[in-house]
Design a protein around this ligand. Sequence first.
Ligand SMILES: Cc1cc2nc3c(=O)[nH]c(=O)nc-3n(C[C@H](O)[C@H](O)[C@H](O)COP(=O)(O)OP(=O)(O)OC[C@H]3O[C@@H](n4cnc5c(N)ncnc54)[C@H](O)[C@@H]3O)c2cc1C
Length: 446
Amino acid sequence: MTAKTARSPSVAIIGAGWAGCAAGVELSRLGAKVTVYEAARVPGGRARRVEHQAQLLDNGQHILLGAYRDTLKLMQAVGLHPEQCLLRLPLQMRYPQGVDGMDFIAARLPAPLHLLVALLRAQGLAFADKLALARFSSAARWMGWQLHVDCSVSELLERFDQTDRLNRLLWHPLCIAALNTPPERASAKVFLNVLRDSLGAARSASDMLLPRLDLTALFPEAALAHIAKQGAELHLGVQVRSVSPSAGRWMIHSDQANQEVDAVILANSPAGAQHLVQAIDAKLAESLQFDYEPITTCYLQYPAALRLPLPFYALADDVSKAHWAQFVFDRGQLDTAQAGLLAMVISASSQAQALSHEQLVQDLSAQLAAALNMKELAQPLWSKLITEKRATFACVPNLERPECDTGHTGLWLAGDYTQGDYPATIEGAVRSGLQAAGLLMQSLRS
Ligand SMILES: Cc1cc2nc3c(=O)[nH]c(=O)nc-3n(C[C@H](O)[C@H](O)[C@H](O)COP(=O)(O)OP(=O)(O)OC[C@H]3O[C@@H](n4cnc5c(N)ncnc54)[C@H](O)[C@@H]3O)c2cc1C
């Protein structure tokens, strides 16, 4: 095949989300001639910048973890400084004071003391709750954070005799934030993987990292600029319509032109990849079929002087009270240009989606005003609601996820949904992009 000659192999990447951008950086580093096609004008995919009222918002408020080692490494590789771009906070689950909640924050001590001390100091938990949590943590460590047979997170918690209060105030919001799937339907195996790399690892891995830049600036934009300097061709605002094999190479048919390349990475979400491979391999297309869970982010703007006591809070969700959100973030504490702007997050938001925008904004501002005991929060100056209907795949037990290797020479998959330890996350996407790029180059050289 032509790609096995001494010249640089040509590779097309379809999709400039975090997976596609990670693949681009790695392929460029390994000497490939890269072309990136991105349908949108702004790169970043499901973690991207959105402009509204002259403000740079995101399509959804994101949180990263210290355990996102490949993401942090790649940010550095493209010239960013993660310690400046992200606000690093100790692992925490802090509810506003004065309501039914708890206050749990990791201590600045080496693992596992950081959690032990947090547990001893935690407010809002009874002795029985603390004992149950300590039991869970030591049993999970003893099991190596592994389960041989997958089950739901709820079943796992029941097996470990977790109290109602812990389930409601700790495990439910943690599971829904990490897997975007409610505990009764979420995979215990994947949940334990996340806990292993955060609670079970060094203290810094459990840190929570809040973006100070918009999500496109946080990596995708810098990644594309970095590879463009090394000769990559970028086509933003160009949708690829189809890909087809062509005498051992691949033809890319886009809105603009056709291009023949040695290999192609489909980094364009499972549904997009499914559409492109349908005519090539029906079985592969079938393996790209997923159920999805939505996420809704509601931005609420208040006068610039408004500042919450903490950069973010957990909120108790309760459908019966129309309390939909699980978290609120004070964007002004991340970026002074956004003073007075709060972002409320509803993960697995299918029930909330049934409401009109007006009703949901009203419910959310009322929830916030009640939780923080600040009447003025009920009347934002403006609001912006963004729902990503296919935010993540539903991370259910025993989910079959496709490998990066499609089995077709020169055709690779990359994205948060490919086989891996993580649920649909930025780190899952980045690792998948790196893996696809590495395996692709290996295959062309062998
Ligand atoms: C609201 C929300 C909140 C989230 N919160 C978190 C969080 O707190 N922490 C976390 O780690 N993760 C979070 N996630 C998940 C995370 O954003 C995703 O896992 C990650 O961004 C997926 O990246 P990806 O590259 O795999 O796919 P995508 O981001 O879907 O990228 C695919 C790209 O391909 C492009 N494309 C599609 N079809 C074509 C075509 N035919 N031609 C050219 N281009 C095409 C798309 O425009 C897109 O840019 C959240 C997701 C959402 C939506």
